[in-house]
Design a protein around this ligand. Structure first.
Ligand code: BGC
Length: 728
């Protein structure tokens, strides 16, 4: 009896907490209904569309504030002018630039995603933003997509696991995350009109899960619709995507915001679920006319349809209800914290994520780490050694308080070495929507680089892509898979005079690497933000043992990628339509199933230490619908340095009645181990996660039969295959 009392007490307390939460919820719901009663039709309409480039109006008469938004997703964007895309010219809007989301995905570390979200949310709050336009979770379908760097890779499970903590971190600040771009904006080319055709299976298995996780697990307060069409209807007012899936099936109670200039029709926008219209007409992407806000699709034209009775007032009430709910969570929450900006802690978070996301892809004869105590000449060659990667790229551009370049970071860490530098090639200035050639002479840049390489003990080639048009940038795609600006040629010339050459690849996408067998080592260094150079030096010096894993496959050549295997209709489309012919076989699902070996596989990444995995097993040999598969294994650090390994569990349905990918990621766990340490790692995989989306019943289908779980350290490095049965 004495023992049971505390449990009863606990239950009472829990009940009270639940009750209070319910009361709070009900009170807010009641308040919202009270407000709606007091609003005029015009006031309601006003709340549903922009009043400036990044804000929508409130109702001053009732003390309802405006909503202010900012891009995202890697830092809080500098203030933009009221009506144009110009910078407003503030002197107090510099931010911490966090690493690009590809880097965050490469950490395979949900805890870091939470830290990322919390820190960027604090900055957004400090800047008085109510909605942060990010993160992005469009799936990496082709390495040509100009915006892959803003997303979380090619795997729906990985993106789902990482998007949730980011959202929670942001929203703890009383700032709404706005997960974008819903959905299928998987290329920039023709993004404003291309009509995507795909199977229900591909939609549900590949492209929807990260958004679903954002809504159901992340409880995100807003979502941004995509520019493109799906099955003939624009995504921002798409009956299936918005009304049925988002708002009905997932019971999303937040706000659907358009992408800027992505609304096309008043009636559709009204009845197919759009809540706030932004960027129409004044968006700089189409025609620019000042103060055209009253002419927005969801402004006067909407008012007319409501007044005439063609659309019922309940339609606008639903939008206003959602907007007010978002406000009660953000700018009408008196208790929200105040935020912080560019404090040391934020730069530390940026550096930690950057260093943990760097992926070691090749390391012949332990080329890395480079001993900082050795007196030697290190040639740092390449434009990306000094080029700013926080400016450019489109809407994710940042004005950061500082940005440590790779050259700077290397100079600071390798004080005993003589660091020599040559640009090697030049790409020209970064301007949105245009390619501006460089005025520098390619031959003399090359000659200077070769001279520098000749006299060095080690060459670090810091190249890749950049944030200019047709590179890793919004608005259009890359035009080629190979490295631009003559880098392949330059690298080959450098290798002729100095074989001791390694590559630091700065990009948000896979690139062709015809020189890979000749270079000694390679790290994938992404766009790392304010602390880029420090993080690179952390890894090169061995201060940080690399533990990043690729969040997408690197094909040998472009045609090895699924989306590029079916001609133009699959990518980029015929100008009107596009068909996702590779269906569910995106990324490693394609490479594995079609037996096309990638250059570097999804989930791959090396360490300065070595690991051994042992005793992988499942708890049973047969599972029923609704049960959980418990998988465990031991992992040992068999080297001499502390390091982290990511154990990955992939599934395969051996006896399926439909084509199933050879591998699908179902669980992962990152484990930090001291030298010699052994840890047991456990995973719990709901057996229903092994189902496929069955087009014939429009639902998930878990078939009985033989299954496999593959436990390994990358999609191409499976250490143990576990067989079991599913019996329904
Ligand atoms: C981009 C969005 C961005 C918006 C506002 C659009 O062009 O696609 O991602 O949030 O502009 O800058």
């Amino acid at each position: 009896m004495r023992k049971r009392l505390p449990i009863i007490l606990l239950l009472v307390i829990l009940n009270v907490i639940q009750l209070l939460a319910q009361v709070e919820h009900n009170t807010i719901d009641n308040k919202i209904e009270e407000i709606i009663k007091q609003l005029s039709l015009k006031e309601k309409i006003d709340m549903c569309h922009a009043q400036s480039k990044f804000s929508s109006p409130g109702v001053p008469r009732l003390g309802i504030p405006e909503i202010w938004m900012s891009d995202g997703p890697h830092g809080v964007r500098a203030e933009i002018a009221w009506d144009t895309w110009d910078h407003a010219g503030w002197s107090n809007d510099s931010c911490t630039a966090f690493p690009a989301l590809t880097c965050l995905a490469a950490t395979f570390n949900p805890q870091l995603s939470y830290k990322y979200g919390k820190a960027i949310g604090e900055e957004a709050r400090y800047r008085k933003k109510d909605i942060l336009l990010g993160p992005g979770v469009n799936i990496y379908r082709t390495p040509l997509n100009g915006r892959n760097f803003e997303y979380m890779g090619e795997d729906p499970y990985l993106a789902s696991k990482l998007v949730v903590p980011y959202i929670k971190g942001v929203q703890e600040n009383g700032v709404a995350a706005c997960v974008k771009h819903y959905i299928l904006n998987n290329q920039e080319h023709w993004r404003d009109h291309i009509n995507v055709k795909l199977s229900d299976r591909a939609l549900y298995e590949i492209y929807l899960p990260a958004f679903k996780a954002a809504v159901l697990e992340g409880e995100v307060w807003s979502i941004m619709g995509a520019y493109n069409k799906m099955r003939g209807q624009f995504c921002c007012h798409n009956e299936l995507l918005v009304n049925k899936i988002l708002k009905d099936d997932w019971a999303f109670e937040g706000v659907l915001v358009t992408d800027w200039g992505a609304t096309h029709d008043t009636k559709e926008a009204a009845i197919y679920g759009l809540d706030i219209e932004m960027g129409t007409g004044t968006d700089g992407l189409t025609s620019s006319s000042k103060n055209a806000y009253d002419n927005y699709y969801l402004a006067n034209p909407f008012l007319e349809l409501l007044k005439s009775g063609e659309i019922d007032e309940s339609v606008v009430d639903d939008k206003v209800r959602r907007i007010l709910r978002l406000m009660f969570r953000t700018n009408m929450d008196k208790n929200r914290p105040y935020g912080k900006m560019t404090n040391q802690q934020h730069f530390d978070v940026a550096r930690e994520i950057a260093a943990e996301g760097i992926v070691l892809l090749k390391n012949d004869k332990a080329f890395f780490p480079i001993d900082p105590d050795t007196k030697q000449t290190i040639a740092v060659i390449g434009e990306n050694a000094t080029r700013s990667m926080t400016v450019g790229g489109g809407s994710s551009e940042l004005k950061t308080k500082h940005e440590i370049s790779p050259l700077n970071g290397i100079q600071k860490r390798f004080k005993n070495a003589r660091i020599v530098h040559a640009m090697g090639y030049a790409s020209g200035p970064s301007v949105y929507g245009r390619v501006l050639p460089t005025s520098l002479n390619a031959d003399s840049l090359k000659r200077a680089a070769i001279e520098v390489a000749e006299e060095a003990d080690i060459v670090l080639f810091v190249g890749g892509l950049n944030k200019s048009h047709h590179q890793d940038c919004e608005g259009d795609d890359r035009k080629q898979f190979e490295l631009p600006f003559g880098q392949d040629d330059l690298l080959n010339e450098i290798l002729k005079v100095n074989k001791n050459t390694a590559v630091v690849m700065v990009s948000g996408n896979a690139v062709e690497m015809p020189w890979i067998s000749k270079v000694k080592a390679l790290i994938q260094a992404w766009y790392l933000g304010s602390e880029a150079g420090h993080a690179i030096a952390d890894v090169l010096s061995g201060d940080v043992n690399p533990s990043g894993k690729l969040p997408f496959s690197f094909p040998v050549k472009l045609e090895d990628n699924g989306a590029h295997s079916f001609g133009d209709i699959s990518y980029p489309g015929d100008g009107i339509n596009q068909e996702y012919k590779e269906d569910i076989l995106v990324g490693y699902r394609w490479h594995d199933t079609k037996k096309i070996k990638p250059l570097f596989a999804f989930g791959y990444g090396m360490s300065y230490t070595t690991f051994k995995m042992m005793n992988a097993k499942t708890d049973k040999s047969t599972y029923k619908n609704g049960e959980v598969i418990k998988v465990s294994c031991e992992i040992k650090n068999t080297g001499e340095t502390k390091g982290a390994e990511v154990i990955q569990v992939y599934a395969n349905d051996v006896e399926a009645s439909v084509l199933r990918p050879l591998k699908e990621l179902k669980a992962f766990n990152k484990v930090m181990l001291n030298a010699g340490e052994v840890q047991t790692v456990t995973f719990e995989i709901p057996v229903n996660d092994l189902a496929f989306f069955d087009n014939s019943i429009m639902d998930w289908n878990l078939e009985s039969g033989q299954f496999k779980l593959m436990v390994g350290t990358s999609s191409c490095d499976i250490k143990k295959v576990l067989q079991f049965k599913v019996q329904n």
